[in-house]
Design a protein around this ligand. Sequence first.
Ligand SMILES: [Zn+2]
Length: 413
Amino acid sequence: MSLRAQLSSGVNSLEAVRSIVGVGRPASLRDILARYQQPIVIDEPLVTPDGIALGGHHTITLGRDGSVRHQGHMRATGFPSFTFGVRTVLVNDAGVPAVAIASGRVHGTSELGDRVSTWDQSAPNPLVALHWAAMKRSRPETSINRDADFFGTIGDVLGFVGSLAVGAVVAGPAGVCIVLGVHTADLAGFDEHLGIAGLAGVAVAGGVLVVFGPGAIIPAIVAGAAAGTAVELAIKHRPMEAPERAFAERVFGPTLPVDRIVLTNLLGIGKRPFTIPSIGRAILVNLGAGFNDPIGYAGFGDPDNPEQQAPGQLFIHELVHAWQIDTETFLPGLMCEAIGAQLTTLGGNMDVYRYGAAGQAFSEYNPEQRASIVDDWFAGSGKQARLDEQRAVEDDSNPYFRYVRDNIRNRIP
Ligand SMILES: [Zn+2]
């Protein structure tokens, strides 16, 4: 494994790694890397303010490979019973917070029932591996909530988790909060019927619109919503219509998961479109201002950005991400602009989209490069524009056409 591969997003030098792991000089490369790879273990008592007969302990363990385990218990130590929530946010200067949640009910001597509520859940999260450097320099901020009203109905779980995480998310430049795990003892947990405006996995939390994807929470806005409009009323979503399916078929053939795709007018942080697997089987293709007429729309999703590209090009780009979500096993950063790319593009660096010469295997390009190869092929733009400036739209003699023909149309990632 190369040194580069052993590091992670946002880490460019050994000096950066040295400062993350806190190894003084002189330290061997081997020492530094070994410390960097060591698991992160947060082990702490769960202590409520004086006089509250409730307490416990928990341990959160994160592995370099993205493994996550959250174990713990809470106990009622006196007369009253409690419904509790334990939230730990890993805060870091990279703006990639992570949150672990556990909730349940413990019974005091005032009533029958278990005095102790335990949890032990493991779920790998590729975002932990991707943002390992940020995780490595995080500090935990744990709080205990014992307000039963928080957990009154199942729908509140989304709002609860979102509100806990959202302050940190909005403050951070990356616009993502990694969800390490949500354990809800008495509730069924996330469910594809949850959501607002009939859109699964979308909630308003702490006044902010958030989208729940696998292992992450992403704040979102509604493109062009008038100030003062209730967000629930401004969100639009729908399946792909027949002309849009036919349009997409020109590029994808029959390989696009059209029945999973839900088009929306949402945008991520930085007013960027993004595509994300949502709760259940749905894939949210968030087109912002491109929602009403994806085939004819020539912008970049942000209604205030005058830049233009070919009509339909944004639609094709985001549909490539939907195709990736459907055909590829989960890739960290696959959620497009909202997570992977934004980390590097908010500062104006668009390198993550730039791809090299045709010839390598499709899988050797990163997910954004793959999407750009396809949308440039569709539009005859970017690196695939012809020197005579005639647009070589959907050009079969273009050297990048092989990826559309051999990979996209054959469902080979
Ligand atoms: Zn993209």
